[in-house]
Design a protein around this ligand. Sequence first.
Ligand SMILES: [Zn+2]
Length: 151
Amino acid sequence: MTFKRRNGGRNKHGRGHVRYIRCSNCAKCCPKDKAIKRFQVRNIVEQAAIRDVQEACVHDGYVLPKLYAKVHHCVSCAIHAHIVRVRSREKRRDRSPPERFRRRLIYLSSVIFRRIGPLAPALVLVALLVLLPLLLRHQTLLARSLLTLGL
Ligand SMILES: [Zn+2]
């Protein structure tokens, strides 16, 4: 019979039986090696309300706690929630691990940008002031080395 994936979408590796877990979303029984597992770290307060809560907070510099939850999804739920996607025959062969920390990087850059947003022009000015002498020095160095080469 034809089959879509050599491992049947599983990670069983010669084990006869694998324990079942219940899907975090729909409680379907799913073998643990087949389930899509994610360790979710979320803020307790949703992104939209974070500022309101922080402004209403009595303590200064209080860091809101986070929610840590290990979630297991059955394949149907993972597809439905776009945690994993159906891939073409060729792309299914791509075994590279999913890109990590990309979301966090984007989030961090957005946070940094928001922090320095109003200061951005000043920062650019400072950067230019610092970089210009360096560039100039490099230019003289370059010119000198070119001259020596020419000589
Ligand atoms: Zn499910």
